[in-house]
Every structure is written in structure tokens, then in C-alpha cells.
Design a protein around this ligand. Structure first.
Ligand code: C5P
Length: 401
């Protein structure tokens, strides 16, 4: 899987550094070459000798290594890699990266690299939750840095919470994803997700129970196949995935505008639960009880149907338009009718009657309706549904390319 890939592995100074020994073994087992770099603090937790023995290469520790600097040079170290991995990424290394500091070999390499960088953070839970760390993480995410973990659990310091480094196999999987040149490489795909909020007045709104879980999983799965994903999301419970372009909206009309602005795309997937109606007489100021006992009356206006309007675009229509249908009865018939009415290529239908626990849950059971008919999928996790749908999308785009 990782044959001939070169990983520059920067090991930070934390107790989780010992897990890097296993990570290096896994990486080499998959055929990758590992160039290890240890910070000074890392060398207190694992010895450069252990690391270099496992990596089968010298472990670099000094910025000014008089025997190697002329020969290898820190810039080359970072340029020769296919991917830079920092594990454990300590609070200190994260802060240096976010601030662009370069005062040792590890931080200098991170500033000098032009390759993708994957961080596996590990630190005490309070350090992780500290505003400074969270601010730095946001900065790095905005810079396109990839993350795996941290996980929640018991910490070496005796506390409990988020801050444990991801396990070596999780890091290995994240490395695989980061290096993947999937079938959708470089292709632009648009995904809508989450609910919309339709204001009643400046403080109140009408919404729905969509968590945004399926849309987020789908965006992540498309990203993993190499797509450039524009992720247009209403105020969802589930956070957007990393490595996609996130466009946040509130209302259906904002979503419609954001979709138009994000086009053209090769495929567009409409997983958002868009409000069908907005309040036509929304108040500009907070509505107040006036003591008269009279109830406010809300008038409604129909929202634009984003899926239908994109499906019926002439020039510039995405080659594949996929809609979702949340139904509570006679799923296949309603979804088939919906496909015809909206003019989309596929409808992904699911039964959201309360007994199924699908709405807001982690599993989904979907039926795909396309020109060929209905395809029933067994109940599986939303992330598995997402992976299979992404693969089906890749196949469909590939066929027509
Ligand atoms: O009509 P209904 O809401 O059941 O259709 C569901 C599909 O249509 C979903 O794919 C949803 O994202 C999309 N939709 C839309 N704009 C709307 C309403 C629904 O894109 N205003």
C-alpha cells in the first residue's frame, strides 16, 4: 500500500513517542521508507538508536549536524518526503508550527516543507483543552494541516480525557488516506449537508432534526478518494470533516447561493435537509408578548428547491446530481417519484420513521434509485454507506469521462 513512499517522521517529546516504534514497524511492513527526526525532548523518551534501528536509517536530531548538514541539509530532508508525519505532536510543536517558529531541526523542517503534513497530537488533557492550543489547532486546520486523533481515555499523567495519541494503526490508516491518489483525484465535487435555520425573528428560528452526520461522512469519503470537496453546510451538530472546503450557511436561500457560487462541479450531492418553507413575515426585531393575549401569525413562503434547480440546469449542470430522500413510508415508490420530479440522476432514499433510529443515529439503510431501478443496501454504518456511495460516484464519473 505504501510501497516506495517516503515518510518524514518527526517525533515530538512526549511519552507517546514510544508508540512510534510500532508505527515505524507498520510503515516499513507496508513498504514505506521512514526518515526519522527526533526533537531533543523526544530523545529523552526513546533513543535515536532504537528509532534508527527500526527505521533502518539514521535518526536526525540536530539542526547543525556538522557531519550531515552539508550533505543532506534540512530543506532536502523535508523535500524528499511524500508526506510529513508528526507523532506525537506535542503542544509545543503545534504552537511552533502555528506561529511559524523554526528554532530546532523539527520545527525548521516543518516550516521548510512543501509537502502535506499530518499531525497526531498527544498531550495532557488540560493542555489539549487550553485555549491557546485550540487556537493553534484552528490555525493549522485552516492552513490545511491534517490531523489524526487525539483519542479520549486514561492518560499517562493519571487524568482522563482527550489527549491520548491515536494508535499506531489509526495513524497508519490516516497516512494511507493522506497519500492516496484516488479515482476522484483533483475532481471537484459539491456536497450539501445539515439542516437549515429559517429565522422567525433575530433570536428564533425554525429548524429540523438533521445532524449532518451522513453528509459529513460522505464529504470525508469523497475526499479520501482524492476529490476536491466543497462542503456547504447548515448549522449541523456533527463537525465538518478536515481537508474539505467548508462553506457555512444558515438558511435555504443562503445555501442555494453558496451552491451556485461553488459550481461548476463534476458531481453534486444534496444531503442537506433543506427547509421547504421560510417565514415570509420574519420580524426585524425580537417579537414580544404585548399582553393582549393575541398570538403571532407566521406566514410562509416556499424556499428554492436547490436540488431541482441544479438538476434542471442546462449548460454547467454537474454530470452527476444525487439527491437524498428521507421517507417514512413506501420508501421506494416515493423516492422513485421524487427522482422524476426533481430531475436528478440518483436518489438515495432512507426510511426515517422513528422506529428505525436512523435520524440522528450512526447507522443507515438506504435504497439507491437510478435510471436502472432500485438497489437495496443492507443496514450499515453511515460511514460505510458514505464509502460505498463515494465509490459508486467515482465509478459513474469514470465511466462517462
Ligand atoms: O423534497 P425533499 O426535501 O424530500 O427532497 C430531498 C432532497 O432534495 C434532498 O437531496 C435535499 O437536499 C434536496 N432539497 C434541496 N432544496 C430544497 C429541498 C430539498 O436541495 N429546498
Amino acid at each position: 500500500m505504501l510501497a516506495a513512499k517516503r515518510i518524514l517522521l518527526i517525533i515530538g517529546g512526549g511519552i507517546a513517542a514510544y508508540k512510534c516504534c510500532e508505527l515505524i514497524r507498520h510503515l516499513r511492513g507496508q513498504g514505506a521508507q521512514v526518515t526519522p527526526v527526533l526533537t531533543q525532548a523526544a530523545a529523552q523518551f526513546v533513543t535515536p538508536l532504537t528509532i534508527s534501528s527500526l527505521a533502518g536509517e539514521a535518526a536526525h536530531t540536530d539542526l547543525f549536524d556538522l557531519t550531515h548538514e552539508a550533505e543532506i541539509g534540512h530543506i532536502q530532508l523535508s523535500r524528499a518526503a511524500d508526506l510529513v508525519v508528526v507523532a506525537p505532536a506535542t503542544a509545543d510543536l503545534i504552537a511552533k508550527m502555528a506561529g511559524g517558529l523554526a528554532n530546532d531541526l523539527a520545527s525548521t523542517l516543518l516550516l521548510a516543507t512543501d509537502k502535506r503534513v499530518l499531525l497526531a497530537p498527544a498531550m495532557n488533557v488540560r493542555m489539549w483543552e487550553h485555549r491557546a492550543t485550540q487556537r493553534n489547532i484552528s490555525t493549522l486546520k485552516a492552513d490545511g494541516i491534517l490531523f489524526v486523533g487525539p483519542n479520549a481515555g486514561d492518560m499517562a499523567c493519571g487524568e482522563y480525557g482527550p489527549g491520548r495519541m491515536a494508535e499506531p494503526l489509526e495513524i497508519l490508516a490516516a497516512i494511507g488516506r493522506a497519500l492516496a491518489e484516488g479515482p476522484l483525484k483533483g475532481r471537484h465535487v459539491l456536497v450539501t449537508s445539515g439542516p437549515t435555520h429559517e429565522p422567525i425573528d433575530p433570536v428564533r428560528y425554525i429548524a429540523n432534526r438533521s445532524s449532518g452526520a451522513q453528509g459529513a461522512a460522505l464529504a470525508a469519503a469523497l475526499r479520501d478518494l482524492g476529490a476536491r470537496v466543497s462542503f456547504i453546510t447548515g448549522p449541523a451538530e456533527v463537525p465538518p470533516p478536515q481537508g474539505v472546503q467548508v462553506i457555512r450557511v444558515e438558511t435555504a436561500r443562503e445555501m442555494a447561493e453558496a451552491v451556485q457560487a461553488a459550481l461548476p462541479a463534476e458531481a453534486a450531492v444534496f444531503a442537506a435537509a433543506v427547509a421547504d418553507w421560510r417565514v415570509a413575515n420574519a420580524a426585524g426585531q425580537k417579537m414580544k408578548k404585548d399582553g393582549s393575549g393575541r398570538m403571532p401569525v407566521l406566514d410562509f413562503a416556499e424556499n428554492p428547491d436547490i436540488l431541482a434547480s441544479v438538476s434542471r440546469m442546462g449548460a454547467g449542470r454537474p454530470r452527476l446530481v444525487v439527491g437524498f430522500a428521507a421517507e417514512t413510508d413506501d420508501v421506494e415508490r416515493h423516492a422513485t417519484e421524487k427522482r422524476a420530479r426533481k430531475g436528478c440522476d440518483w436518489i438515495v432514499a432512507n426510511d426515517v420513521s422513528p422506529a428505525t433510529g436512523i435520524m440522528g443515529g450512526t447507522e443507515n439503510a438506504v435504497t439507491i434509485i437510478d435510471a436502472a431501478g432500485a438497489e437495496h443496501w443492507a443496514r450499515m454504518s453511515k460511514s460505510e454507506v458514505a464509502r460505498r456511495l463515494a465509490a459508486r460516484i467515482a465509478t459513474a464519473l469514470g465511466d462517462k469521462a
